[in-house]
Design a protein around this ligand. Structure first.
Ligand code: ZN
Length: 441
């Protein structure tokens, strides 16, 4: 009996201690005074809002409330607050460095810093990662990490000799047999991937992955609570994998979708990350070469800016013309998706040619507006839409009570001019207040 009383007493005392710690330590509280809040839900923006942060999470969003004395106040009362951007399709790490090495790891860390400096607070690494990524992923979700949060699909699936092996990429999952694919999904699930990647590209001379292999991957993935994302470039392949209950699509078909596929995508909640910047990539910098001179871009991307400039100088007018046509067609498909009510997310394939980390994410949001989305729709795609695509909308994507405190403070309103997403004054990552240029120092 005595023991029962002691245990009960210990329980009560510790409960009181816990409560008092949680409620009353104002030094643990940060309050962001937002002049305008775009919360990522798609709801109209709110004026003069207080965002309460305790530790790494948002506890309340309120319009009229006292700020507890002793709390840290971040005054953004003349500025705009929005969620950190999420990019669903990134390839961090320098692939020119063979194998997992300290240099390779350093290049991944550098890319995570570049993303964060551009306000991209979470990235999904899509299918080219060595095992070193798992430890980095764990580290990136801890408080105080200097870089964006990372999610990974480990290594992606393709046919034996399929895309992108022609680019010299050594892929372990070149598979033509459904049973072997299921086995490999089980192994990736054990490794702890956050999702699965399939390349189903129709490229002349290269075998596409078989439909029954893709089906097996999607089904086995669902058995392990893993979402599957596929690189697809035709409407027919889109239809066949959407029928197989694919979760997300990267890139966009080079021909129009039929009504049946659009309706099925809408009904099943298939999310598309059209990767418009991949169609427009060289064009972005030929049309807007002032980007090369932007001091913030130069400071974050360093010599990559000069490499971009050089590569562009080599691209002939025929290449640019082809790109312009391809971009036009891709925008028409994006409009089809928007009009059918299909969910969209932002993904850039950054880390490939002409697609610098972080900057590409802003250009993708901008391309959505160019394609006919409203600025609000484009922002929702880059925040909540991307969080849903990545399966992390319970934690990220909107600024609401209970979510991780990842947000951007902007000098000017992106609803007025979408390019204002780049006018970042401060980045808040898990409640920690940072400045863009100090991230990459
Ligand atoms: Zn990719």
């Amino acid at each position: 009996m005595k023991r029962v009383i002691n245990v009960t007493l210990v329980f009560i005392v510790s409960a009181i201690l816990m409560m008092s710690c949680q409620v009353d330590d104002p030094s643990n509280i940060t309050v962001v005074k937002a002049g305008l809040l775009i919360d990522g839900t798609g709801n109209p923006p709110l004026r003069d809002v207080l965002i309460f942060i305790e530790g790494n999470r948002i506890t309340r969003v309120a319009q009229q409330e006292e700020i507890p004395p002793g709390a840290t106040v971040v005054d953004a009362s003349q500025q705009v607050v929005m969620p950190g951007l999420i990019d669903t399709h990134v390839h961090p790490g320098n692939r020119a460095i063979a194998g997992p090495s300290p240099e390779y790891e350093a290049s991944v860390r550098h890319h995570l810093k570049q993303n964060l400096a551009f306000g991209v607070t979470t990235i999904f690494s899509l299918g080219l990662d060595p095992d070193i990524i798992f430890a980095l992923r764990e580290e990136s979700w801890e408080d105080g990490f200097d870089g964006s949060r990372i999610l990974t699909a480990g290594t992606g699936f393709t046919a034996v000799g399929g895309h992108p092996t022609q680019l010299g990429t050594d892929l372990p999952n070149q598979i033509d047999d459904p049973a072997q694919a299921r086995q490999r999904v089980q192994e990736l699930a054990t490794q702890g991937v956050d999702g699965l990647k399939i390349w189903l590209a129709q490229i002349s001379g290269l075998p596409p992955i078989k439909t029954e292999v893709s089906r097996a991957i999607i089904e086995e993935g669902h058995q392990h609570n893993l979402r599957t994302f596929a690189h697809i470039n035709t409407a027919a392949d889109t239809k066949s994998l959407v029928e197989a209950k694919l979760d997300g699509i990267t890139h966009i078909a080079r021909d129009p979708y039929d009504q049946e596929t659009l309706e099925l995508m809408q009904k099943q909640g298939t999310i598309v990350a059209p990767t418009l910047v991949q169609r427009e990539k060289a064009l972005i910098f030929t049309k807007e070469n002032e980007l090369f001179e932007d001091p913030v871009i130069r400071a974050i991307l360093g010599q990559e800016v000069d490499e971009l400039k050089e590569a562009l100088a080599k691209a002939g007018p025929d290449v640019l013309e082809r790109m312009a046509q391809s971009y036009q067609q891709a925008k028409e498909n994006v409009l089809q998706l928007k009009e059918a009510g299909v969910k969209l997310a932002v993904g850039t394939d950054s880390g490939t040619n002409f697609a610098p980390m972080g900057l590409s994410t802003h250009k993708e949001v901008e391309a959505f507006v160019d394609a006919g989305l409203s600025p609000m729709e484009a922002l929702v795609a880059g925040t909540r839409g991307s969080a849903e695509w990545a399966g992390v909308s319970d934690r990220l994507g909107t600024l609401e009570a209970g979510k991780l405190a990842d947000m951007l403070i902007l000098e000017e309103n992106p609803l007025v001019d979408i390019r204002n997403t780049r006018k970042i004054v401060k980045i808040i990552l898990g409640g920690r207040v940072l400045e863009p240029l100090t991230v990459v120092e």
